[in-house]
Design a protein around this ligand. Structure first.
Ligand code: FES
Length: 106
């Protein structure tokens, strides 16, 4: 007997609300109501949205629980928002955070 693969939403019988849009570094992306920023970025195939202060190494989700602060992003001009904890809101403007997110020398 051949099994037909089902999408993840069907497997958990989820009934999410209507998707909405936000932007990331100028790209228009979609999110589901209540979806974390990290999950929305992952859904778009984006794995990194921060660079480290010293070496500008790329970072994204590490712990996924709000502990490590690797997933920091700038949301609506506010740096240091933990993408694994912040829910995306319609129309949010998200940008890659470089270093501390406060510009050069800070
Ligand atoms: S991934 Fe560790 S705080 Fe977000």
């Amino acid at each position: 007997m051949k099994r037909t693969p089902r999408p993840p939403l069907a497997l958990v019988r989820a009934r999410p609300g209507t998707p909405y849009t936000f932007t990331f570094d100028g790209r228009t992306l979609t999110a589901l109501p209540g979806q974390s920023l990290a999950a929305a970025l992952w859904s778009a195939g984006i794995l990194s949205w921060r660079t480290t202060r010293g070496s500008a190494a790329p970072r994204g989700v590490f712990c996924g629980t709000g502990v490590c602060h690797d997933c920091l992003a700038t949301v609506n001009g506010r740096p240091n928002q933990r993408a694994c904890l912040v829910a995306v809101r319609p129309g949010d403007t998200v940008t890659t955070q470089e270093g501390t997110g406060h510009g050069r020398g800070r």
